[in-house]
Design a protein around this ligand. Structure first.
Ligand SMILES: Nc1ncnc2c1ncn2[C@@H]1O[C@H](COP(=O)(O)OP(=O)(O)O)[C@@H](O)[C@H]1O
Ligand SMILES: [Mg+2]
Length: 318
């Protein structure tokens, strides 16, 4: 079967800046695929190339087996697109704007506007210029989904949405998948992608660093664990346990053990239970922590983990 999205050796230069360095990407029909990377990684550039809003410097892009530039409006009509930076006209209200888009699409989607607006608690009578960032994002999502396109290309769809609406978005993506659509979404937050996507590609500085099943990625990412005991412990008791990495007992604070846990926690729990545990804290690691792993495993790259050893100092990067 032809992949819905395929890029091969994709290069994009902005003047002297090379944003993409030969990207190879394949997204199969019917999958929800996450495109993950920090700001400036090249996600939006890739997405604009898929939509023919940019043209490649070198390499090829195919959507439904066709070059976006050759596919024209017929290809574009099969895609629901949410841009990273949504430009909305100021003078009309949300309902008029969405109705106008539906008319441009031959009436397709008009029937779903009301239902989608209700699900996202979007007031269609408000002028677009009066909408908050989150409400504008809702307008963007409604126009992307309303005509039930075969492919959804969504650039940071959950940015600006509160957790309740993020959940609504996930349901929408799942419904689209259930009717056979393919969903390609970007994010710089692993957590936002892992609940909806099955596979993810990780891009950094215009280079693909990884493609994997999201569960495998999460397993590899692991958790940063902190255990506090009623009395000092010896790190040797924990360091070589299955799934336990980077175990540290601070010489200044000999009752606190920190480690990275990958896989099942049983061995660690059993070892800990031989002592009096007074605190247990486990935190899923984030995208930035994964990048740390990449550096650390690079032959000449030596990068310290988070200075406090808990991996939590990289929080709130968005
Ligand atoms: N219009 C542009 N002109 C010049 N450089 C750009 C332009 N758009 C993006 N870039 C650069 O290309 C790189 C990738 O950007 P972008 O695709 O927007 O990343 P992301 O969406 O992952 O944050 C960045 O270094 C960015 O500064
Ligand atoms: Mg972007």
């Amino acid at each position: 079967m032809t992949p819905v999205i395929r890029t091969s050796g994709l290069v994009k230069d902005y003047g002297k800046v090379r944003a993409l360095h030969g990207l190879d990407l394949e997204v199969e029909a019917g999958e929800v695929f996450g495109f993950l990377g920090p700001n400036g990684a090249g996600k939006s550039t890739t997405i604009r190339l898929l939509l023919d809003l940019l043209r490649p410097t070198a390499g090829t892009v195919e959507v439904f087996g066709r070059s976006p530039s050759a596919g024209g409006p017929a290809l574009r009509a099969r895609i629901g697109y949410l841009p990273g930076e949504l430009a909305l006209p100021a003078r009309v209200n949300a309902g008029e704007y969405l109705g106008h888009l539906a008319a441009l699409r031959g009436g397709k989607g008009a029937a779903r506007i009301g239902e989608l607006a209700e699900r996202f608690s979007l007031d269609l009578s408000r002028p677009l210029r009066a909408l908050s960032k989150g409400n504008k994002q809702k307008v963007g999502l409604v126009q992307a989904f309303m005509h039930d396109p075969e492919l959804l290309v969504l650039d940071e769809p959950t940015s600006g949405l509160d957790p309740l609406l993020q959940r609504e978005f996930r349901l929408l993506a799942q419904e689209a998948q259930a009717r056979g659509a393919t969903v390609f979404l970007s994010s710089h937050v692993l957590q936002e992608v892992e609940e909806v996507a099955r596979r993810v590609a990780i891009i950094r500085a215009g280079v693909m660093v990884d493609v994997d099943d999201v569960r495998a990625l999460r397993r590899r990412a692991g958790q940063q664990v902190l255990l506090r005991f009623a009395a000092p412990v010896d790190v040797a008791e924990f360091a070589d346990l299955p799934g336990v990495h980077d175990a540290v007992v601070d010489p200044q604070d000999t009752v606190t053990l920190t480690c990275l846990l990958r896989g099942e926690p049983m061995a660690l729990l059993v070892a800990a239970s031989r002592h009096h545990v007074i605190r247990w804290h486990a935190k899923d690691r984030e995208l930035e922590d994964l990048f740390m792993d990449f550096y650390r495993t690079a032959p000449d790259g030596v990068v310290d983990p988070a200075p406090d050893g808990t991996g939590t100092s990289k929080e709130n990067v968005r």
